[in-house]
Ligand binder design. Sequence first.
Ligand code: DX5
Ligand code: ZN
Length: 221
Amino acid sequence: MQTKIAPSILSADFSAMGEAVKKLEKCGADLIHCDVMDGTFVEPITFGGQMIKNIRPLTKLPLDAHLMIAHPKTQIKFFAEAGADIITVHYKACAEISETYLKETLELIKSYGVKCGAVVNPDVPVEKIYDVFPLCDMVLLMSVYPGYGGQKFIPEVLEKVKKARAYAIKIGKADMDIEIDGGVTEENAAQIRAAGANVLVAGSTVFKAQNMTATIANLKK
Ligand code: DX5
Ligand code: ZN
């Protein structure tokens, strides 16, 4: 499977976001990863649908909205209408509400014609979201605890990546996107890909790069 790189704009200079997005596209990014934080599900607050709406006309790349928010169902409309191409929601945020909330939220995302995905934190077994694999276009396995960029990769997540890819194959979705988010570097990218992940989020690695084009290319090969 071809590897896709999804730089996280969390590491960009927020006062020059438009330029950052254009540069990412020019340097070979495959998706733009947009980290949405609400100050409740995670401590920081980043941005909402308005950011998606404003960067939408600046790039042809798919916008990957990673919602680290409580009560995600209430916000889907705004992100879908703003132009997100894929919206991912956290298992934990949904499980706190009800057993069916995750499935309902994924179905709501799909009803807007937007791709959907479920996210699990490092301490949540991937089996918890097996029941929604058939609905998901992508599964996101966090390799850090959400909230901050620049954290260290948690290597135990690699076993979960293998399980997720094996389960996707088992249910006939061999080419489902499996995304890894947090602490991805040029040093660990090869083992992450070998475990079965094909979408790599990278914030600090890409934004701190001396040569962004070369760094994005290295993360892929
Ligand atoms: C963490 C975010 C990630 C993170 C990636 O809460 O979801 O997207 O910022 O940043 P790096 O690549 O710096 O770990
Ligand atoms: Zn993210």
